[in-house]
Design a binder for this molecule. Sequence first.
Ligand code: HEC
Length: 198
Amino acid sequence: MSSDPAQHPDDKLRPHSYDGIQEFDKRLPNWWLLTLYGAIVFAVVYWFVLYESSVVLPDGERITQEMNRIEAEKLGKLVAMLNDDNLWRMSQNPDFAGKGPSTYKSTCASCHGATLRGRDEDSKLIGVNLVDQNWIHGGLPTQVFGTVKNGVAGPGMPAWGPQLGDGRVAEVVAFVLSHHKQGEPIVAVPSPSVAAVQ
Ligand code: HEC
């Protein structure tokens, strides 16, 4: 490219001169400006989508969610081989235990209340508190599962096995157990309805 000003009549010369060398005051080419501004806009949008909005979850959370989903699928197969450990695992998996609340709301809340505290929540409710450490029929996960599946005829706790099937009973029990900790004390108490029944 020639630097002879005579060949670039539209370009201004910058006023300074170094050792007799002068520069044109040229406008930056559009493709260059577009790339620069485009990169700035892209960086802002990329930062916003990735870190500020919830459109894309951070990698760590995506991996945790995916692992929970896979674990929940495996736990679903363990319903056929229930033991205390498996039920605790189900209660700690947000995907598995997360299926419990809808069943709880439609089938249990009418007696055990919206907060699972039963007659402690509202004395008009006939169900007992499911989040304290007092258990009438045993607080081990398999015992809780048995109570929900088979019911307690006298005091009016229906048997849910026939209606819900083992899978949904396991989900709702996992949800109840998610309010408890493995290894917490289990206090045996008598049924408040015993007097009424006998
Ligand atoms: C019609 C009312 C009613 C409904 C609906 C009901 N329960 Fe109960 N439930 C009771 C009563 C009453 C008891 C107390 C039984 C007793 O006194 O022996 C009880 C007891 C229990 C217990 C045993 C608590 C303990 O201390 O041993 C569990 C667990 C339980 N219910 C879970 C559930 C779940 C889960 C559902 C929904 C699938 C459900 N119940 C629906 C009335 C109900």
